[in-house]
Design a binder for this molecule. Structure first.
Ligand SMILES: Cc1cc2nc3c(=O)[nH]c(=O)nc-3n(C[C@H](O)[C@H](O)[C@H](O)COP(=O)(O)OP(=O)(O)OC[C@H]3O[C@@H](n4cnc5c(N)ncnc54)[C@H](O)[C@@H]3O)c2cc1C
Length: 291
């Protein structure tokens, strides 16, 4: 009974979640990336899945990213990839994670594809930064996400900017403790604005990754005063009405496109970000129970 109910819930969740995901397969992700390109956006493909522990699982993910990178070139996709540290060995040890990431970046650098490293929960921040700075000494087309909800991020950003790092600024998707993170929306937004100003003053080639119109307007204002190479990044399926407007106004946009069968944790983070998504889920669930 319990299994039956959880399968039902998963089915309903998937109905909502599929707007944010290209599909189960790499081919679907490449097609979605081509569509993004046709609509004037670059693509950032992520293979879903996190917290991988077994060597075999990790090996499979690495080899899938290697194939993906070749396919970007083969199918002439304008875009790159984004990798989560815990997909490629972070939960085992830092050395393994660094070596795996390097394999992927090395291959990507042949085709000049950009590699982003996603930032996961705060227990991994130190190691992720360390790995990034080590590999960034060797590979230029490599960027890192930083999170405005963490109190430490202002200091991290200063350090990253000293190294000329390529940065993606996000609000932060993980539930964090009040000791390390700002807990109110107001505090996170204020920090996001502060970090955006730092990027426009001292950074170059960075990404403002948000769907929040207020944050986007601030970046647009700053871009008028400080000429910088930057882009907006948004997730597939979110703020689709805003993307063409920004493009029309001359801004660059990349769309983050996840694919794969392990869609649940990613989708739950997206659901939590917006109350009406939860309501949508509830009404969809009730509706399908009526039929
Ligand atoms: C390209 C990209 C890469 C990311 N990489 C990381 C990463 O590496 N690490 C990490 O912790 N986080 C990452 N995130 C997620 C990020 O941290 C936030 O959780 C997410 O972007 C929501 O925050 P927001 O800036 O859009 O602002 P919010 O304050 O959450 O939302 C602002 C407005 O955007 C719209 N909106 C936002 N989310 C949704 C949604 N799910 N459905 C519908 N409308 C929505 C609504 O209109 C909302 O009012 C990434 C986000 C993007 C866009």
């Amino acid at each position: 009974m319990e299994t039956h109910e959880s399968t039902l819930i998963e089915k309903f969740l998937f109905r909502i979640a599929k707007q944010w995901i290209a599909g189960d397969t790499m081919n679907e992700a490449l097609q979605s990336a081509k569509t993004a390109n046709k609509n004037g956006m670059s693509a950032i493909i992520n293979r879903l899945g996190e917290h991988m522990v077994s060597k075999e699982q990790i090996c499979n993910v690495v080899s899938e990213y290697l194939t993906l990178v070749s396919n970007l070139r083969k199918f002439k996709v304008d875009g790159g990839i984004s990798v989560k540290p815990t997909q490629v060995g972070m939960t085992r040890n830092v050395e393994e994670c660094t070596a795996n990431l390097e394999k992927i970046i090395e291959k990507a650098s042949i085709s000049q594809s950009f590699v982003w490293i996603d930032m996961e929960s705060s227990e991994y921040t130190d190691d992720t930064l360390r790995i990034y700075l080590k590999l960034f000494e060797k590979y230029e087309r490599f960027g890192i996400a930083i999170q405005a909800n963490l109190k430490r991020t202002e200091q991290d950003l200063k350090r990253l900017l000293e190294h000329g790092a390529k940065i993606r600024l996000v609000k932060g998707a993980y539930r964090e403790n009040g000791r390390v993170a700002y807990k109110t929306r107001h505090e996170v937004d204020e920090n996001y604005k502060r970090l955006t100003r730092m990027l426009f003053l001292d950074g170059n080639e960075f990404a403002i990754a948000t769907h929040d119109s207020k944050m986007i307007e601030i970046a647009i204002d700053l871009s008028k005063k400080h000429e910088r190479k930057f882009e907006f990044q948004m997730l597939k399926g979110i703020r689709d009405e805003l993307k063409p407007i920004l493009i029309k106004n001359g801004f660059s946009i990349s769309e983050y496109i996840p694919y794969g069968t392990n869609w649940l944790p990613y989708s739950i983070r997206r659901l939590k970000e917006r109350k009406c998504n939860i309501l949508l889920l509830g009404s969809s669930f009730l509706h399908s129970h009526r039929v």
